[in-house]
Design a protein around this ligand. Structure first.
Ligand SMILES: [Zn+2]
Length: 70
């Protein structure tokens, strides 16, 4: 269970298959969760990164599932 630290409410999954991308090719697959009370969001990712081909990055961007890290 994922809990919002602000509201103490259980967060609900709002998007699956999110790609959290570091740099140009180092990514983690994850699901995005949202607090039903305050709208706070978080992403729960797999523990291991993988190398992401450029076509997969573009597909994730077009579907709104790309989260690029600074
Ligand atoms: Zn909240």
């Amino acid at each position: 269970m994922i809990v919002c630290t602000n509201c103490r409410k259980e967060m609900v999954c709002c998007r699956t298959g999110v790609l959290v991308l570091f740099g140009t090719s180092h990514g983690y697959a994850g699901d995005e969760f949202e607090c039903p009370e305050c709208g706070n969001k978080t992403i729960d990712t797999n523990a291991s990164p993988y190398q992401v081909p450029p076509l997969q990055v573009e597909a994730a961007r077009e579907s709104g599932r790309l989260r690029e890290m600074p």
